[in-house]
Ligand binder design. Structure first.
Ligand SMILES: Nc1nc(=O)c2c([nH]1)NC[C@@H]1CN(c3ccc(C(=O)N[C@@H](CCC(=O)O)C(=O)O)cc3)C=[N+]21
Length: 299
């Protein structure tokens, strides 16, 4: 049976470190880290995530700001708010919760965020830095950054020569994840909906990352014995066995089957999800250190 990778506990370690770094920053007389979260519309799932981000930010000792805007907010209004946050010296991180309503161009919004406050790592400057291996100054997207920390906990920091397969090619997870693994000297393959014989490809992976958003797609016999399996999926599916109208969370991996074969595996919930929020805090404290002219802390 696979080792279960406890993302919740690693996330708590990261948050403790952020707390200590924040205290150190205040002791040096520098501005404390400030995080602004902007949410447009009333998607209930988004509201839960945003509440959790604000709670963790306060726990870290941050200045935490939340803008909750109505669904009919215009693109112009949103861009104005971002411009103001860009200019606000008390703010070091700006996160605009995605998805945005259809009448707003999300790409334009993201590119308006000052790259040095782009703690989501979605701005072209940060994407480019990750792609060219400028990891010391890049902000790396939180989910792949958190997944890397989990992989390092299991396999150590030297991943050199390992075969990594990333299933999914999104700009938010799949592509940055592949770039991080490449920067760590893995042999990386990105698989997607057009990939031929995905099960056979997946079986070559020492590190298998599933980030497709399809409930339980990766089966037990896709997993190489002993592999490290990172499940980025968070899918809510009906669970009639729990009662009528009930649901449960599952990942992109058929967990019970895969856990029989893998060396280590992340559960859903309690795996990558908590790491995503922890890395948002890590990026924000790093941004505050850089703004104060101090050396960037590493995690
Ligand atoms: N600009 C932007 N940045 C984001 O980082 C971003 C976003 N937009 N939009 C939405 C997604 C989703 N997301 C999650 C964060 C934490 C959990 C998390 O902590 N999940 C828990 C359980 C959650 C539950 O029980 O529902 C877990 O997996 O254990 C999940 C999902 C960040 N996102």
């Amino acid at each position: 049976m696979a080792e279960v990778i406890d993302g919740k506990s690693v996330a708590e370690d990261v948050v403790s470190k952020v707390k200590a770094l924040t205290a150190e920053l205040s002791a040096k007389g520098a501005t404390k880290p400030g995080l602004a979260v902007v949410i447009v519309g009333e998607d209930p799932a988004s509201q839960v995530y945003v509440a959790s981000k604000s709670r963790t930010a306060k726990e870290c000792g941050f200045h935490s700001l939340q803008h909750t805007l109505p669904a009919d907010t215009s693109e112009e209004q949103l861009l104005k708010i971002i411009g103001d946050l860009n200019a606000d010296k008390s703010i070091h991180g700006i996160l605009v919760q995605l998805p945005l309503p259809g009448h707003i161009d999300a790409g334009k919004v993201i590119q308006t965020i000052a790259p040095e406050k782009d703690v989501d790592g979605f701005h072209f400057i940060n994407v480019g830095k990750l792609g060219t291996g400028e990891l010391e100054t890049a902000f790396v997207p939180c989910t792949p950054a958190g997944s890397m920390l989990l992989i390092e906990r299991v396999r150590g920091k030297d991943l050199s020569g390992l075969n990594a397969v990333v299933v999914g090619r999104s700009n938010i997870v799949g592509k940055p994840m592949a770039n991080l693994l490449l920067a760590a000297n893995c042999t990386v393959t990105i698989a997607h909906s057009r990939t031929r014989d995905l099960p056979a490809l997946a079986r070559t992976a020492d590190i298998l990352v599933a980030a497709v958003g399809r409930p339980e797609m990766v089966k037990g016999d896709w997993v190489k014995p002993g592999a490290t399996v990172i499940d980025v999926g968070i899918n809510r599916i009906p669970a009639p066995e729990k009662g009528e109208g009930k649901s449960r969370l599952v990942g992109d991996v058929a967990y019970a089957e895969a856990a029989k074969v893998a060396g280590a595996i992340t559960p859903v919930p309690g795996g990558v999800g908590p790491m995503t929020i922890a890395m948002l805090m890590a990026n924000t404290v790093a941004s505050a250190y850089l703004a104060a002219g101090l050396k960037r802390p590493s995690f």
